[in-house]
Write a protein of this length. Structure first.
Length: 217
């Protein structure tokens, strides 16, 4: 079983339980004052196991499956295995777990004394996987909601980040767009650093070369 499928199964099971059990939801949700005042640091990670509703869960898990696993095992997890060999699956899992916490650090800093703030969902970690995919497959076609998958990943990525930044500043919904941004940036940074430390594969050079090739360069 792939790491991606295992994450999806565990996340779905815990989310299902939290849908009908308020105690589970409250115990796992990201609540900055509980972290600051009661040292409940686990909430940085546990909040990624629960979701607001079925739509939230389904969207995140489908996105994780498409980019992490891929229909023909051509997703980010398997690219990690090719790049890092035996360390690949462990590094992929480590990226996912760490991104759950890293993507919430700005949120925590801003809301650690806000007793009305709560956040949940795996969107930040999913964004890390997606943007690792953008770096690895820059010419792959991607889409967003009503936009079909016709935009190259290297164009989709900046549009996604700019849109998330705009929505984060506007704050007109209950979505933590900041987590999307920082999760995405962490996914890129994690892949760049681990490639440099563990392999001779220079992913940024590869990314640039792939884009150049589309222009005949």
């Amino acid at each position: 079983m792939s790491i991606t499928i295992l994450i999806i199964i565990i996340t779905c099971l815990v989310s299902f339980a939290a849908f009908s059990n308020e105690k589970i939801l409250n115990d796992l949700i990201f609540y900055p004052p509980a972290v600051a005042n009661q040292n409940q640091w686990y909430r940085f990670f546990s909040c990624g196991l629960i979701h607001a509703d079925w739509g939230h869960l389904i969207f995140n898990m489908i996105s994780l499956y498409l980019f992490g696993q891929g229909f023909h095992k051509d997703g980010v997890e398997f690219a990690f295995a090719e790049i890092f060999g035996g360390k690949g699956k462990l590094l992929y899992l480590l990226m996912y777990i760490l991104s759950l916490a890293v993507c919430l650090l700005p949120t925590y800093s801003k809301n650690k004394d806000n007793y009305h703030y709560r956040s949940l969902g795996a969107s930040g970690a999913v964004s890390a996987v997606i943007f690792a995919g953008v770096l690895l497959f820059p010419t792959a076609k991607m889409g967003l909601f009503f936009i079909p998958p016709i935009i190259p990943a290297y164009i989709f990525g900046p549009i996604y980040l700019l849109g998330s930044y705009y929505l984060d500043k506007k704050q007109s919904d209950n979505i933590n767009h900041s987590a999307h941004i920082w999760g995405a940036l962490f996914g890129v940074a994690f892949l760049v650093v681990t490639c440099y430390v563990f392999t001779d594969f220079r992913v940024l050079s590869y990314f640039i070369d792939q884009i150049r090739s589309t222009f005949g360069g």
